[in-house]
Design a binder for this molecule. Structure first.
Ligand SMILES: O=c1[nH]c(=O)c2[nH]c(=O)[nH]c2[nH]1
Length: 303
């Protein structure tokens, strides 16, 4: 029997970077959390304790901040691709790099309701956290880059337009059938781009808007059907998207029984339970989707 090193990667997780653009009195801010990891032949480091192949995680973190100053940030997908290529170039033992970035939105404080907002005072608000996971394999002519972008922390609720009935029943089934319920979720969506020749910001805005529109407009017979409809709309409108994956808790809202108090409850008062929750996960794919390669490498929580 021999013991050998299995798959491994190493890097700096969750460097929290705030970049202020202050070329004019009207500042712009970006708020990013960046994680990087290198993979390849790092046997010496693990087995012999020899660090000659290792670009320190501290250096990876420094690079994130230095590049933000030197090159600017731009779309998170471009920033991640630039960092991944750089780390591979700097580290001969690496044959791949993974860079994950999430970005939270800030908006200008609108003091007088005029709409322009303050020049340098901001409030954390906006819909969702934008994410990307970039995996680059190889270098030079063998280089392959994969981009999986997404949105998370989107809490959605519709107060009608949702039914759930016709399900299997067995001796443990107590759930009442309903043709009018609250549908609510904290959406996580990640979509894989087919290539990297994409207007990342425009694509993100469009996919986000489409997801919200579909959630609102689909008359739901199950969260499963709503997710599928959301994914279908994204794939129909975005040829550059190969597949989209969802993870969505079904945030149950139970009708409170007010009969003991002599009150009717015509779908007006609910108990919002936080646990347990249904968890619906689905992937919607083109049947001719390109090979994902390492695109989903170490992306957490997916089927
Ligand atoms: O949209 C739903 N999907 C389910 O699979 C399910 N199961 C359940 O109990 N309630 C719901 N709701």
């Amino acid at each position: 029997m021999a013991i050998v090193l299995g798959p491994n990667q190493y890097g700096k997780a969750q460097s929290h970077l705030v970049r202020v653009h202050r070329d004019t009195p009207r500042h712009e801010i970006r708020d990013l959390t960046v994680s990087s990891a290198l993979r390849g032949d790092f046997t010496l480091s693990h087995v012999d304790g020899d660090q000659s192949d290792v670009l320190p995680t501290d250096t990876q973190k420094n690079t994130v901040f230095a590049f933000a100053r030197e090159k600017g940030v731009g779309a998170i997908e471009d920033f991640a691709l630039t960092l991944a290529d750089h780390f591979i170039a700097q580290t001969p033992a690496a044959d791949g790099a993974r860079v994950e970035i999430s970005e939270v939105p800030w908006q200008r404080i609108d003091i007088d309701g005029g709409g322009d907002g303050h020049d340098h005072a901001f409030v954390r608000s906006g819909i969702g956290t934008r994410t990307t996971v970039v995996n680059v394999d190889g270098r030079g002519a063998d280089r392959r880059a994969h981009v999986v972008s997404g949105i998370q922390d989107v809490t959605l609720l519709k107060s009608t337009g949702s039914e759930f009935h016709g399900f299997l029943r067995d001796r443990y089934t107590t759930l009442q059938e309903t043709d009018d319920r609250i549908l609510a979720t904290d959406l996580v969506a990640r979509w894989r781009y087919d290539h990297t020749d994409v207007d990342w910001d425009a694509a993100y805005e469009s996919v986000r808007a489409l997801l919200l529109k579909q959630f609102a407009e689909i008359h739901s017979h199950a969260l499963q059907q709503t997710l599928y409809g959301m994914g279908q709309a994204v794939l129909e409108k975005h040829p550059e998207v190969a597949e989209i994956k969802f993870s969505a808790p079904n945030k149950h809202h139970f009708l409170v029984d007010l009969a003991p108090f002599g009150l009717e409850n015509p779908n007006e008062v609910f108990y919002a339970a936080d646990r347990p929750f249904g968890l619906i996960e689905a992937c919607v794919v083109r049947d001719d989707a390109s090979d994902p390669g390492s695109a989903w490498h170490a992306v957490p929580g997916w089927v």
